[in-house]
Design a protein around this ligand. Sequence first.
Ligand SMILES: Nc1ncnc2c1ncn2[C@@H]1O[C@H](COP(=O)(O)OP(=O)(O)OP(=O)(O)O)[C@@H](O)[C@H]1O
Length: 226
Amino acid sequence: MACMPLLAAEGVGRTLPEGVTLVTDIDLRVERGEFVAITGPSGSGKSSLLYLLGLLDRPSRGRILLEGRDTATLSAPELAALRLARLGFVFQFHFLLPEFTALENVLIPIRRLGTRKPGAAQARARSLLAALGLEAAADKLPEQLSGGMRQRVAVARALANDPVLLLADEPTGNLDTRNAAAVFDIFARLAREEDRAILVVTHDAELAQRATRRVHLVDGRIVSDE
Ligand SMILES: Nc1ncnc2c1ncn2[C@@H]1O[C@H](COP(=O)(O)OP(=O)(O)OP(=O)(O)O)[C@@H](O)[C@H]1O
């Protein structure tokens, strides 16, 4: 299956029980190494689409395949296990646990997955923090870090289990221009050098230019993809 895309959405739509349509007619293929910005006006369905593609929500129509596997057949615990092992998430708010150090926060998903011995887990977490320029932050609590550093710790945590797909919802919404650009540059490097796919929701057209591809939504539909 050489031409199997990493992620495929085929005819995906999502309508809430009360009849509100969040997204409709979504056809999208994402390959490893791509850095895709999902753009569009407020309320156009960007977050809704990201949640579907991140297997946090289920489509009402169509199907989503991850590494060729139809995710519709999976139970909620199976989806949770797949997300833990194959996907990473970054949100606008960092959601670091305040009583844990940066290192411990990055260790949480590694321990949950449980495939690394304790020493290897520590080494993995430290090397991720180092790769994001956070060696000095490892033993600090989130409150002792700047906003930009906290968000980079959140990126390190999202990468903890070596995801094939990293999904981020307005990850730079709380950052200044310089830190926002730094986070996007990290995403570009991760996609290029580590052969992951990155999907980032942003309303910032300038930041979206740092991606390799822009998928633009209006009223829940993809209106351009280039
Ligand atoms: N649980 C919900 N119940 C009702 N309406 C919802 C729900 N979730 C989203 N919506 C509506 O669906 C539309 C799409 O929302 P979504 O958050 O995906 O858009 P968005 O492009 O990410 O917006 P923003 O840039 O403002 O975050 C919006 O009109 C929103 O108000």
